[in-house]
Write a protein that binds this ligand. Structure first.
Ligand code: ZN
Length: 140
Protein backbone atom coordinates (compact mmCIF):
# COMPACT_ATOMS: atom_id res chain seq x y z
CA UNK A 1 0.00 0.00 0.00
CA UNK A 2 1.32 3.43 -0.91
CA UNK A 3 0.91 5.83 1.99
CA UNK A 4 2.22 9.10 0.55
CA UNK A 5 -0.21 11.97 1.09
CA UNK A 6 -2.65 9.79 2.99
CA UNK A 7 -2.06 11.78 6.16
CA UNK A 8 -2.56 15.46 6.93
CA UNK A 9 -1.84 17.44 10.06
CA UNK A 10 -5.19 17.96 11.77
CA UNK A 11 -4.16 19.64 14.99
CA UNK A 12 -1.57 19.95 17.70
CA UNK A 13 -2.90 19.38 21.23
CA UNK A 14 -1.53 21.70 23.90
CA UNK A 15 -2.16 21.12 27.61
CA UNK A 16 -3.11 24.29 29.52
CA UNK A 17 -4.12 24.98 33.13
CA UNK A 18 -7.18 26.89 31.88
CA UNK A 19 -8.34 27.84 28.38
CA UNK A 20 -8.34 31.53 29.35
CA UNK A 21 -4.77 31.39 30.59
CA UNK A 22 -3.63 29.33 27.63
CA UNK A 23 -5.32 31.71 25.19
CA UNK A 24 -3.52 34.85 26.46
CA UNK A 25 -0.49 34.35 24.24
CA UNK A 26 -2.59 33.62 21.15
CA UNK A 27 -4.64 36.75 21.83
CA UNK A 28 -1.36 38.69 21.79
CA UNK A 29 -0.62 37.07 18.41
CA UNK A 30 -3.92 38.39 17.09
CA UNK A 31 -6.37 35.54 17.53
CA UNK A 32 -9.73 36.98 18.55
CA UNK A 33 -11.55 33.93 19.76
CA UNK A 34 -11.50 30.17 19.96
CA UNK A 35 -14.20 27.58 19.47
CA UNK A 36 -14.72 25.69 22.68
CA UNK A 37 -16.19 22.25 23.17
CA UNK A 38 -16.35 20.01 26.21
CA UNK A 39 -15.49 16.34 25.72
CA UNK A 40 -16.88 14.64 28.84
CA UNK A 41 -15.50 11.22 27.89
CA UNK A 42 -11.98 12.70 28.02
CA UNK A 43 -12.68 15.02 30.95
CA UNK A 44 -11.39 18.01 29.00
CA UNK A 45 -12.56 21.33 27.66
CA UNK A 46 -11.06 22.07 24.27
CA UNK A 47 -10.42 25.41 22.60
CA UNK A 48 -9.69 25.30 18.86
CA UNK A 49 -7.68 27.98 17.08
CA UNK A 50 -7.95 27.80 13.32
CA UNK A 51 -4.77 28.14 11.30
CA UNK A 52 -4.53 28.91 7.61
CA UNK A 53 -3.77 25.43 6.30
CA UNK A 54 -6.79 23.49 7.62
CA UNK A 55 -4.84 22.66 10.77
CA UNK A 56 -5.79 23.86 14.24
CA UNK A 57 -4.24 24.26 17.64
CA UNK A 58 -6.26 22.49 20.30
CA UNK A 59 -5.90 23.88 23.82
CA UNK A 60 -6.80 21.26 26.41
CA UNK A 61 -8.02 22.14 29.88
CA UNK A 62 -8.67 19.31 32.37
CA UNK A 63 -12.16 19.18 33.91
CA UNK A 64 -11.44 16.52 36.53
CA UNK A 65 -8.62 15.35 38.78
CA UNK A 66 -8.51 12.01 36.95
CA UNK A 67 -8.27 13.66 33.52
CA UNK A 68 -5.22 12.50 31.58
CA UNK A 69 -4.49 16.19 30.90
CA UNK A 70 -4.47 16.86 34.67
CA UNK A 71 -1.90 14.08 35.08
CA UNK A 72 0.18 15.47 32.22
CA UNK A 73 0.16 18.99 33.72
CA UNK A 74 1.16 17.69 37.13
CA UNK A 75 4.02 15.70 35.68
CA UNK A 76 5.33 18.03 32.98
CA UNK A 77 3.52 21.36 33.16
CA UNK A 78 1.78 23.07 30.24
CA UNK A 79 3.03 22.31 26.74
CA UNK A 80 2.60 20.15 23.66
CA UNK A 81 0.59 17.08 24.55
CA UNK A 82 -0.06 15.36 21.22
CA UNK A 83 -0.05 15.65 17.45
CA UNK A 84 -3.13 14.63 15.52
CA UNK A 85 -3.07 13.24 11.99
CA UNK A 86 -6.20 13.33 9.86
CA UNK A 87 -6.70 9.96 8.20
CA UNK A 88 -9.05 8.03 5.97
CA UNK A 89 -9.89 4.46 6.96
CA UNK A 90 -8.98 4.67 10.65
CA UNK A 91 -10.18 1.11 11.37
CA UNK A 92 -7.90 -0.37 8.72
CA UNK A 93 -4.97 1.72 9.90
CA UNK A 94 -5.45 0.53 13.49
CA UNK A 95 -5.53 -3.09 12.29
CA UNK A 96 -2.39 -2.47 10.27
CA UNK A 97 -0.58 -0.99 13.29
CA UNK A 98 -1.71 -3.84 15.54
CA UNK A 99 -0.40 -6.38 13.05
CA UNK A 100 2.98 -4.63 13.18
CA UNK A 101 3.10 -4.76 16.97
CA UNK A 102 2.58 -1.02 17.50
CA UNK A 103 1.29 -0.24 21.00
CA UNK A 104 -2.10 1.45 20.84
CA UNK A 105 -3.80 3.34 23.67
CA UNK A 106 -7.15 2.80 21.92
CA UNK A 107 -7.46 -0.55 20.17
CA UNK A 108 -10.55 0.75 18.39
CA UNK A 109 -11.59 4.26 17.39
CA UNK A 110 -13.79 6.20 19.81
CA UNK A 111 -15.87 9.37 19.62
CA UNK A 112 -13.83 12.60 19.83
CA UNK A 113 -14.55 16.31 19.46
CA UNK A 114 -15.99 17.74 16.21
CA UNK A 115 -17.77 14.53 15.10
CA UNK A 116 -14.56 12.65 14.62
CA UNK A 117 -13.58 9.11 15.43
CA UNK A 118 -10.18 9.10 17.09
CA UNK A 119 -7.57 6.72 18.50
CA UNK A 120 -4.30 7.38 20.30
CA UNK A 121 -1.01 5.58 19.67
CA UNK A 122 1.34 5.07 22.60
CA UNK A 123 4.49 7.23 22.61
CA UNK A 124 6.53 4.12 23.41
CA UNK A 125 5.91 3.00 19.82
CA UNK A 126 6.27 6.36 18.05
CA UNK A 127 9.58 7.76 19.26
CA UNK A 128 8.19 9.63 22.23
CA UNK A 129 5.31 11.50 20.59
CA UNK A 130 1.71 10.87 21.59
CA UNK A 131 -0.07 10.59 18.24
CA UNK A 132 -3.80 10.82 17.70
CA UNK A 133 -5.45 9.57 14.51
CA UNK A 134 -8.71 11.25 13.56
CA UNK A 135 -11.27 10.52 10.90
CA UNK A 136 -14.20 12.80 10.19
CA UNK A 137 -17.55 10.98 10.37
CA UNK A 138 -19.22 10.91 7.01
CA UNK A 139 -22.73 11.93 8.07
CA UNK A 140 -22.60 14.90 10.35
ZN1 ZN B 1 -6.49 16.05 19.84
Amino acid sequence: MKLDFQYELDHIGIAVETLDKGFEFYRALGFEDMETEEVPSEKVKTGFLRLGNRATLELLEPTGEDSTIRKFLTKRGPGIHHICLRVKGIDQILEQLKSKGVRLINETAKQGAHNCRVAFIHPASTGGVLIELSEKEKNG
